[in-house]
Design a binder for this molecule. Structure first.
Ligand code: ADP
Ligand code: ASP
Ligand code: MG
Length: 253
């Protein structure tokens, strides 16, 4: 039995049908006997829509209120996914970042995670439930909702995996792994099967937007194995680990 943290990005939960497909995938892991924590993003386009709403009222909304608003996107998807799991007979409970005490600093819109209280999550897992957690958000020491910056759900997932000492953090997205460069821009880009944290950080600094930069830093610090793969196929994807398979033949250089 393994403890797996899975993160599904905006496209992967972008419609009711996609959320139901995610529930099926999660159930597959549960049926194999694994414990699963799922971290989700808001439905694709939702965070932009919320920012637009705020700006239609106030050009520079207070960061505190903007974060209260932005966190709702992920609150929608956690509840819908828990319901979709329930219809499959897979018991699940959803939690916002504040509820599982994703404690951050007070830097609204770019908050850093300081600590996660894994006890509540572990209790649910031990009771046989799937735990669904809202990505991208936390709470500061004063009880204010914070968000981690655009694309921050990757960091939520890796931090959760580190806090729970999970066996693997799986990042499900709309591309089937990490490529040498963005495959949407350069069709001849190659998919890499294994890449080190440092190589991934280098790739990210060159603009590879496939994962939130801070999530790789977190993974490196706590040695969390990451598996980037597609939510739409069963292709193996890319492992991001401490060392590439052949240290003297780096996947990306
Ligand atoms: P999610 O919503 O699942 O978090 P993102 O849009 O944040 O997904 O990241 C996935 C996208 O990253 C892909 O659609 C792809 O166009 C882009 N991307 C940029 N650079 C790379 C790369 N080197 N390898 C793979 N995908 C990349
Ligand atoms: N929903 C947030 C965003 O659109 C966080 C994420 O998707 O990772 O940036
Ligand atoms: Mg992303």
């Amino acid at each position: 039995m393994a403890l797996i943290v899975q993160k599904y990005g905006g496209t992967s939960v972008g419609s009711v049908e996609r959320i139901q497909a995610v529930a099926q995938r999660v159930k597959g892991w549960r049926d194999r006997g694994d414990q699963v924590v799922v971290v989700v993003s808001a439905m694709s386009g939702e965070t932009d829509r919320l920012i637009g709403l705020a700006k239609s009222i106030q050009e520079r909304p207070s960061p505190r209120e903007l974060n209260v608003l932005l966190s709702t996107g992920e609150q929608v998807t956690i509840a819908l996914l828990a319901m979709a799991l329930d219809t499959l007979g897979c018991t699940a409970r959803s939690y916002t970042g504040a509820q599982v005490q994703v404690l951050t600093d007070s830097a609204h819109n770019k908050a850093r995670i300081r600590d996660i209280d894994g006890a509540r999550v572990r209790a649910d897992l031990d009771a046989g439930r799937v735990v669904v957690v809202a990505g991208f958000q936390g709470i500061d020491e004063h009880g204010n909702i914070t968000t981690l910056g655009r694309g921050g759900s990757d960091t939520s997932a890796v931090a959760m995996a580190a806090a729970l000492k999970a066996d693997e953090c799986q990042i499900y997205t709309d591309v089937d792994g990490v490529y040498t460069t963005d495959p949407r821009i350069l069709p001849e880009a190659r998919r890499v099967t294994k890449i080190s944290y440092d190589e991934m950080l280098e790739l990210a600094s060159l603009g590879a937007g496939v994962m939130h930069n801070r999530s790789i830093e977190f993974a490196k610090k706590f040695n969390v194995p990451i598996h980037v793969r597609s939510s739409l196929s069963d292709i193996t994807g890319t492992m991001i680990v401490d060392q590439p398979e052949l240290p003297n033949q780096a996947a990306v250089s």
